[in-house]
Design a protein around this ligand. Structure first.
Ligand SMILES: Cc1cc2nc3c(=O)[nH]c(=O)nc-3n(C[C@H](O)[C@H](O)[C@H](O)COP(=O)(O)OP(=O)(O)OC[C@H]3O[C@@H](n4cnc5c(N)ncnc54)[C@H](O)[C@@H]3O)c2cc1C
Length: 605
């Protein structure tokens, strides 16, 4: 090993140039790369895992579009539901854009080869999902297009194959550490390393798109993959870009209790419902009209209240039950085969025969890197709330456009990643027509980032600890962080819990500086990867806690027991948090592109 290390140290750093660098090979990244590769641009996609292992592959229930294949529907109702679902924090221009683009996005996927489930008449099957209505708050709609309960799998594999055909250049199993940004604020690429052998590569790009997905690993119990560590959000923060609306973290009502695997909302869309310890169908009390298909924040709170008030199930009364057995084996096998298998494998329960124990579980990062509807990353400059950062784009779960506001509707994320992945690519294509050449990068900027990438390489060896600072371990800090987030920033929050949470996260951020890693090899050094990931999670946690502590109202997923009402007068605004400026705010874009604005109303389901 030591000779390998020695030779590695002398290895020259590789340099590559591309028109566009995309960090992330989930649905957002691959939709963008396909558009760019088809426009004959040179595009590199970097992914820390093999592309088809990105979290998009795990998406179950489906993708929303007002196709009206099952029940009457149109994009304007979809827009209304999304604005209402967002608890009026979503930007209405972006929401209009997304809902209008939705049918096209679905048909494009169909042409890329996604095997959507079908109705008997051959049209794409659509199921009911939470928060969907007809006619501005009328009856339930059925808007979610699905490939059984493996929709993300079908989408991601189709997009990957299309990219191979279009000759996208992939850097598989490379870890992106930081962006390259010059003194004038242009982003010029990033520095990455090969997880396989530690080789550092500097990628110079005229445009860079962050598509790194969410940060669900912030929490102890989560539906998210281990790779969802908010890396792009950390990179943005370190490049001086604030994160937006991080206090809004979605808890999915039906994670398998205590373990976190997701049971899709599609299970309730197919007719499943929740029961408490008394055998009562609990949602009838909380959402008389929509019942189990109220939006996720509403259902999650209902379950948490039932458990808190002693009406939970099981010996510890710490969960509720999701009942599907009345649907019959045939429906379950046809529409929900994946979750049936999950339950049999992890619980030994067949949902065709017995109910599933569930509890709200961390699921989706509503906040993220602020962008406009063209995917450009935007920051406040002097008196203007939004100015684009030159050369930098973001799309997918890492971005905050913001179409989900304070609460995302199920089925709207697959839609978001595809619509805005494509929109960002289209904007990049135009930008590159005007900006044909690579900007020259000062070597000092590159060297600084490269040194940063190397900083864990020898730090375990140097640790005879002269300053007597205690050495910190990644695994310990990560465990503590996830517990702090679970205890201090979950479904219900209040002043005291949040204040303590802020202090605890601040302490963890300080302790992170003393991390040393034992593994000093360059071959599949997962300890190093985990250290970088934890730094990114710390950045996300800091932003989340500060924004949550400051927001003194209840809106969407941010529910405070000490400020139980939504306060549109003081708080209908987006939070921003950066290392340099701490907290800041900017207005919600309430004006849509072409239709009239939906003014805030009480949100009942
Ligand atoms: C279990 C589950 C089920 C879901 N079901 C649905 C559903 O039915 N409908 C719906 O609309 N939404 C659903 N969602 C949400 C939706 O799937 C995600 O929000 C969406 O797929 C995210 O896509 P993305 O392209 O932004 O990122 P991801 O698919 O998460 O991909 C992120 C990419 O970034 C790469 N990456 C990250 N950091 C780095 C780094 N430092 N260096 C290099 N590469 C990096 C990763 O390798 C990966 O390729 C679900 C989510 C989960 C967790």
């Amino acid at each position: 090993m030591s000779s390998h290390n020695a030779s590695h140290k002398n290895q020259p750093i590789e340099r590559r140039q591309f028109d566009t660098l995309i960090i992330g090979a989930g649905g957002g990244g691959l939709r963008a790369s396909l558009q760019l590769a088809e426009a004959d641009l040179s595009v590199a996609v970097v992914s820390k895992v093999f592309p088809t292992r990105s979290h998009t592959v795990a998406a179950q229930g489906g993708m929303n579009a007002a196709l009206a294949n099952v029940l009457p529907d149109n994009w304007h109702w979809h827009m209304f539901d999304t604005v209402k679902g967002s608890d009026y924090l979503g930007d209405q221009d972006a929401i209009e854009y997304m809902c209008r683009a939705a049918p096209k996005a679905v048909y494009e996927l169909e042409h890329f080869g996604v095997p959507f489930s079908r109705l008997d008449n051959g049209k794409i099957y659509q199921r009911a999902f939470g928060g969907q209505s007809q006619d501005f708050g009328g009856d339930q709609a059925a808007r979610t297009c699905a490939a059984a309960d493996r929709t993300g799998h079908a989408i991601l594999h189709s997009l990957y194959q299309q990219n191979i055909r279009a000759k996208t250049h992939f850097f598989d199993e490379y870890f992106a550490v930081d962006l390259l940004k010059d003194d004038e604020g242009h982003v010029l690429g990033a520095v990455i390393f090969n997880i396989h052998d530690g080789q550092i590569v500097v990628i110079e790009a005229k445009t860079t798109l962050l598509a790194t997905g969410g940060a669900g690993q912030l929490y102890k119990t989560t539906t998210n993959a281990l790779i969802n560590t908010g890396d792009g959000l950390g990179m943005a923060m370190r490049a001086g870009i604030p994160l937006q609306d991080m206090e809004f973290f979605q808890f999915h009502p039906t994670g398998i209790a205590g373990r976190g695997m997701l049971i899709t909302e599609g299970a309730r869309g197919e007719g499943g419902y929740l029961v408490n310890g008394d055998g009562e169908r609990l949602m009838e009390r909380y959402a008389p009209k929509s019942k189990d298909l109220a939006s996720r924040d509403v259902v999650s709170r209902a379950i948490a209240v039932e458990v808190r008030e002693g009406r939970g199930c099981g010996p510890n009364k710490d969960h509720v039950m999701l009942k599907l057995d009345h649907l019959g084996e045939e429906v379950i096998q046809k529409r929900l085969p994946g979750i049936r298998q999950t339950c049999i494998t992890f619980l030994g329960i067949d949902p065709a025969e017995a109910p599933i124990p569930v509890y709200p579980t961390a699921h989706y990062t509503m906040g993220g890197i602020p962008t406009n509807r063209y995917g450009q990353v935007v920051v406040p400059v002097k008196d203007t709330p939004e100015e684009p950062v030159q050369g930098l784009y973001a799309a997918g779960e890492c971005a905050c456009v913001s179409v989900h506001g304070a609460n995302r509707l199920g089925g709207n994320s697959l839609l978001d990643i595809l619509v805005f992945g494509r929109a960002a690519a289209n904007h990049i294509i135009d930008y590159l027509k005007e900006n044909k050449y690579h900007r020259v990068i000062d070597e000092k900027i590159i060297n600084k980032v490269v040194e940063n990438v190397k900083r864990y390489d020898l730090n375990g060896k140097q640790s005879n600890n002269p300053s007597a600072v205690p050495i910190e371990k990644v695994a310990t800090l990560r465990k503590e962080l996830k517990q702090v987030m679970e205890d201090h920033c979950s479904v219900f929050r209040n002043e005291e819990i949040l204040k303590e949470g802020v202090e605890k996260v601040e302490q963890l951020v300080q302790r992170m500086k003393n991390v040393k890693i034992d593994d000093q090899s360059f071959t599949f050094n997962t300890a190093k990867v985990e250290a970088f990931e934890l730094e990114n999670l710390m950045a996300c946690a800091l932003a989340t806690m500060h924004c949550a502590y400051a927001r003194k109202e209840s809106r969407g997923a941010h529910s405070r027991t000490d400020f139980t009402e939504r306060d549109d007068k003081s708080w209908m605004r987006h939070s921003l948090y950066s290392y340099e400026n701490g907290l800041d705010y900017k207005p919600v874009r309430t004006k849509p592109m072409s239709v009239e604005s939906f003014p805030p109303k009480p949100r009942v389901y």
